[in-house]
Design a protein around this ligand. Structure first.
Ligand code: ADP
Ligand code: MG
Length: 236
């Protein structure tokens, strides 16, 4: 689904900063992986490239079989809208829109009618257990509720891939578990491909495969197939 070979990225606003130094990465359809590394190791830079929010300098990135390189703004928007749902640490909700309007927004950009947008947004809010919060503003909601609104917004375009940048970074530990449980369910029930970026091993341990990133390079990759099994047996 996601295949990178020797991807490099240098920021040039100011003194050049070589952040990604030859990333090789494969994420197959239906995988649930984490990309774990220290702050500043290039995780968000990598995730933004995966989500075609930013471009790269060297190497190759294939997304669902297509080379992602030199796309026009409308081509990248089309790939994003068709394939990818984003979740961010700080939720990135629009503060002057209520929950249902936030969730419906991606459909506005797809030209879906207001009526249909609202029906679908309500459906997704309901799925995330937030039906009663539809008319509330982000400022009236807890962090966990805001992240669930953001997840509903990410899902409404029926993406195949969810990219999450520190999705639990602004949440307390109980709410973090709830959010990771939602991602697990999306993986197992909806067969979504999910990549979660995190600097917390506790979050990474909830995924099936941990891909370590250090100083802009991929390091160790750990299969974590039995995480639920071990958790279940250790709690007995
Ligand atoms: P992480 O998400 O792992 O904390 P980032 O990918 O955000 O790391 O950042 C990697 C490095 O690139 C950091 O040193 C950061 O300061 C720098 N950086 C990130 N974004 C930009 C940008 N837009 N312009 C210049 N430097 C950036
Ligand atoms: Mg980051």
């Amino acid at each position: 689904m996601i295949h990178l070979t020797n991807v490099h990225k240098t920021y040039n606003n100011g003194a050049p900063l070589h952040v990604l130094k030859g990333i090789d990465l494969d994420i197959e359809k239906g995988e649930f992986v984490s990309i774990m590394g220290a702050s500043g190791s290039g995780k968000s830079t990598l995730l933004n490239i995966l989500g075609i929010l930013d471009n790269y300098d060297k190497g190759k990135y294939y997304l669902a079989g297509n080379l992602v390189k030199n796309l026009t703004e409308s081509q990248s928007a089309e790939y994003r809208n068709k394939l990818i749902g984003f979740i961010f640490q700080s939720f990135n909700l629009i503060s002057f829109k209520n929950a249902v309007e936030n969730v419906a927004l991606p459909l506005f950009y797809q030209g879906v009618s207001r009526k249909q947008r609202n029906i679908m947004a309500m459906e997704y809010l309901d799925k995330l257990g937030l039906k009663d919060w539809a008319n509330h503003m982000p400022s009236e909601m807890s962090g966990g509720q805001k992240q669930r609104v953001a997840i509903a917004r990410a899902l409404i375009t029926k993406p195949q891939i969810i990219l999450a940048d520190e999705p639990t970074g602004a949440l307390d530990s109980k709410t973090s578990v709830e959010v990771m449980d939602i991602l697990k369910t999306l993986h197992s029930d909806e067969k979504l491909t999910i990549a979660v970026v995190t600097h917390e091993s506790g979050v990474a341990n909830e995924t099936d495969k941990i891909i370590h990133i250090k100083d802009g390079m991929i390091g160790q990759i750990t299969e974590n197939y039995n995480h639920d099994f071990w958790k279940a047996s250790s709690s007995k």
